[in-house]
Design a protein around this ligand. Sequence first.
Ligand code: E4P
Length: 218
Amino acid sequence: MKFFLDSADINEITEINKTGMIDGITTNPSLIAKTGQNFIDVISEITNIVNGPISAEVIATSSKEMIQEGQKLAKISPNIAVKLPLTRDGLIACKTLSKEKIMTNITLCFSAAQAILVAKAGATFVSPFVGRLDDIGHDGLNLISEICTIYSNYDQFTTEVLVASARSPIHIIESAKMGADVVTIPPGTFRQLFKHPLTENGLQAFLDDWASTGQSIL
Ligand code: E4P
């Protein structure tokens, strides 16, 4: 399973990338707005930090303008994945950009039917939003299960399932059990993955016992 970091914060990205576990980055207009910085500058800086796919989202709503914005974003670096909304125009733009060998990430996927359209449009990634479905009383993880099952039924569906809007380690664990290709993780949730009280308590006990021996390894 690939781990993308769901952030546009350069400090967070730089720090967490040091773990060597980050395979890409996803951003969206809300995350860019939070930085208070120029969109193109932020995305360029991120491409210099992380080698994998960096999702940069278009703002246009017509396919013609989405294609123009996507082509401009793709020029920033070969590892840009143009993020397009799951609309009729977004999928038309996806087909064109895919033919131009530009990576695409179709965002705001909330149903299996939509995910089938995304695969038929030849997208590199589909982003189903688990947390936002949970927020309205639906089962976000069930959507991941449906998409993984459907995509695995068809060899010609090469789109990778990118679990988005993940809000807790449970979303990540359950998606991994279902075989999702990628999960994009907010920085706080990524840090949570390391933590277990028995690890912390156990390590403290080992260190205390070691100190009582008066020895040192180095
Ligand atoms: C990633 O591509 C999405 O933009 C992001 O995961 C959305 O997460 P949220 O629902 O927590 O805003």
